[in-house]
Design a protein around this ligand. Structure first.
Ligand code: SF4
Length: 701
């Protein structure tokens, strides 16, 4: 996006571009907002221009960082990683794959991808797993990010596109209910749209256990108890029905399943909902009044509601509100999810999920299999079936029917997966691990072979931002040392496995051309999108089924892509989180991101201004709780859950519920919040419960 609106105080414009160099227009490597960025380089100097947040305008510091991996590394007989040639590294990976598959079967080799990979890489990784390796076992870290929203939106609305409307619709929504999102910190420039909405007289309602920087913008802040989201949603539906502000005509003509929801919602009267959620009845009534009176309104969810073992239920429960109000598919209204990772949208569309083929095609659908097999030039029966989801893939390492070898590209699951100590144990059981990354991440540090990958500014490609707009990443400079792109890496391994005929790609555009063919006629149809069109039009919204099609900025205006053409209500009973506080572990622990860091911190913990802004892992705790434990601001704080313990620095703040502690998950080792998180999985999405578990404060050990 180009952040062109005035009055935005949370983004900064960097204008130190050297006028003698030619700037290349590309996009920030970090979050799904994908802000436009101009990069100019001369010698070792790289200048950044654009209206960006702190992470964006310091992003170029990773490009020539001294920690950059500049050649392949392989583990020697003494157990150390030492520099290796590309030929020997690729040969070693290919022989490990062949040996493992010969003795334990094709599925014994797994692939783990990432939500920051470009569309071309995500697509090629899925093809690599199925065609070069013949394994069903591929999944990616987006399973830990967007899978609940994706499953919920698909069930209720028939399609998963984060926002089914452009960001520019937000200022004209008279009311917005945002659940579990903190964009003022995670993607600050997007707040310009919410600021404009408020300037237009709109109301912003934020539901979050913390009075986060985003909640501080809110007209109403609902400090709900962690894990009580579905009860909150049902309570709001109860009041909308009671106050007769639902849109009966819309419900009758465009939806199905409302009667079951009406019966269920009858049991969520305000007193009961207050008891479950901790949200006062007067606030529930106020929120129902605001939503009921708004002519245009949006319901938005984010990871707070979604990263739970009932994350899909939570999403469905909040979609019910937007449908009951008759707002989905109406102007400046609807339901959306705020996608997190850089290519969190495109990364979940093109086949790096265990159950999916490109364009959201299903791996267990006969027609979808035939189409993709034909594009890939293989007989349909050779396409593997559904594999294990991300956490289950790792969990299976070393088990009789599990993986024995793993290839990781663009991900650091040792830090980002839940119950991290157990994940580290599982990695130790692997016979072989190969990792492609640009730094020696905590996961790469365990690998037998490490391959140096190109970064965002060193290669071409496309990403799909949080609105569903396909945009161009452009190469601004050459990769350093012996660094290669992930596309070159995958093609080289495929060649070593004797599969080069299927991986003869000269550049990212040729991969994109094949992606277009593979998605033709699919839910996420990119067949009408080309690099030329993206250049000319500044991005194209999918679905775009033909060269002459204008793209689809707004979905659901006349129908839903469901079998009946209608959206579906779901009657979701509140069941609570997998683990609630008790005498032994009396606090809720919830986790999340900070302004200065991104995901597992592999990049941002190496950028001096970001480290200066957030040098260590701090845990936020309410003054009442701190007093009980004799904690002062800045004190060492040891948290323990049933999975393990981790050490933080206390940040005492009245902005968090007294029964809840918040910890960021960007740090590894003894400050790893994911040593504490619960690996209970959502039954549908297989999303782990990152956002709720029971914890206790331990006196220093
Ligand atoms: S991190 Fe996100 S919000 Fe910040 S500059 Fe990059 S894309 Fe924009």
């Amino acid at each position: 996006m180009r952040c062109g609106m005035e009055g935005m105080v949370l983004a900064q414009t960097q204008t130190t571009m050297d006028p003698v160099t030619t700037a290349v227009s590309t996009h920030c490597p970090y979050c799904a907002l994908q802000c436009e960025m101009d990069l100019a380089s001369e010698g070792d100097r790289i200048e950044v221009g654009g209206r960006l947040c702190l992470k964006g305008w310091t992003a170029a510091e990773t490009l020539r960082h001294p920690d950059r991996l500049l050649s392949p590394f392989a583990r020697n007989a003494a157990g150390s990683l030492e520099a290796a040639s590309w030929d020997s590294a690729i040969d070693r990976i290919a022989s490990a794959i062949q040996k493992t598959q010969a003795s334990c079967g094709r599925d014994a080799v797994g692939v783990f991808g990432g939500g920051s990979l470009t569309n071309e890489k995500a697509y090629l990784l899925g093809k690599f797993a199925r065609v070069a390796l013949g394994t069903s076992n591929i999944d990616y870290n987006g399973r830990f990010c967007m899978s609940s929203a994706a499953a919920g939106a698909s069930k209720a609305l028939g399609i998963d596109r984060g926002l089914p409307f452009p960001l520019e619709d937000i200022p004209r929504a008279e009311a917005i209910l945002l659940v579990g999102g903190n964009m003022a910190e995670t993607m600050p420039p997007v707040m310009q749209y919410f600021e404009a909405q408020q300037r237009n007289g709109g109301a912003l309602i934020v539901a979050d256990p913390r009075r986060s920087p985003t909640a501080q913008w809110a007209t109403v802040h609902l400090a709900l108890r962690p894990g009580s989201d579905a009860a909150l949603a049902n309570g709001i539906v109860h009041l909308l029905i009671r106050d007769a502000v639902i849109d009966r005509e819309y419900i009758d003509s465009r939806t199905e399943g409302f009667d079951e929801l009406r019966q269920l919602a009858a049991a969520y009267w305000p007193e009961r909902v207050e008891a479950i959620t901790g949200v006062p009845q007067r606030q529930l009534v106020e929120v129902a009044r605001i939503l009921g009176q708004a002519r245009t309104s949006m319901v938005l969810t984010a990871r707070g509601a979604e990263q739970q073992s009932r994350g899909v239920d939570n999403v469905l429960a909040f979609i019910n509100i937007a449908l009951a109000l008759g707002k989905v598919g109406r102007p400046f209204s609807g339901y959306g999810t705020i996608t997190g990772q850089g290519n969190g949208q495109g990364g979940r569309e093109h086949g790096q999920k265990a159950d999916q083929l490109p364009g959201y095609r299903r791996i267990d659908d006969e027609g979808d299999r035939r189409h993709v097999a034909a594009v890939w030039g293989i007989p349909e029966p050779e396409l593997p079936g559904r594999g294990k989801s991300a956490y289950e893939l790792i969990e299976s390492a070393g088990e009789p029917d599990g993986i024995r070898a793993l290839i990781v590209i663009g991900s650091n699951p040792i830090v980002s997966a839940p119950n991290a100590s157990r994940v580290a144990e599982r990695f130790e059981r692997l016979d072989f691990l190969a990792v492609a990354d640009f730094f020696l991440s905590e996961t790469a540090d365990l690998a037998d072979v490490v391959l140096p990958s190109a970064q965002w500014a060193e290669e071409d490609g496309t990403v799909t931002n949080l609105e569903g707009r396909v945009i161009r990443r452009r190469r601004a400079l050459d990769p350093p040392g012996q660094v290669r792109s992930d596309i070159e890496i995958l093609c080289a391994i495929a060649k070593a496995l004797g599969k080069s005929a299927h991986f003869a790609f000269g550049d990212p555009e040729s991969v994109f051309e094949e992606l277009r063919a593979a998605t033709r006629g699919a839910v996420a149809d990119y067949s009408g999108i080309s690099y030329d069109r993206i250049e000319r039009e500044g991005g194209v919204f999918w679905p775009c089924p033909a060269d002459s099609h204008p793209g689809t900025p707004r979905l659901f205006e006349t129908t839903f892509p469901t079998p009946s053409g209608r959206a579906r209500f779901h009657a979701i009973e509140y069941l609570g989180p997998a683990e609630a506080p008790d005498e032994e572990f009396p606090f809720y622990l919830t986790t999340g991101r900070l302004l200065a860091h991104y995901q597992s911190g592999t990049q941002t913990r190496r950028v001096a201004p970001l480290l200066e802004a957030a040098p260590e892992a701090t845990a936020e705790i309410h003054p009442h709780a701190a007093k009980r434990y004799g904690l002062v601001d800045g004190a060492r704080l040891v948290l323990r859950t049933r999975r393990g313990s981790a050490v933080f620095t206390s940040r005492i703040s009245p902005d968090i519920r007294p029964d809840t502690i918040f910890a960021p998950f960007h740090w590894p080792g003894e400050s790893s919040a994911n040593r504490l998180t619960n690996d209970a999985l959502d039954q549908v999405s297989r999303m782990p419960e990152f956002k709720v578990c029971a914890a206790r404060i331990e006196t220093d050990e």
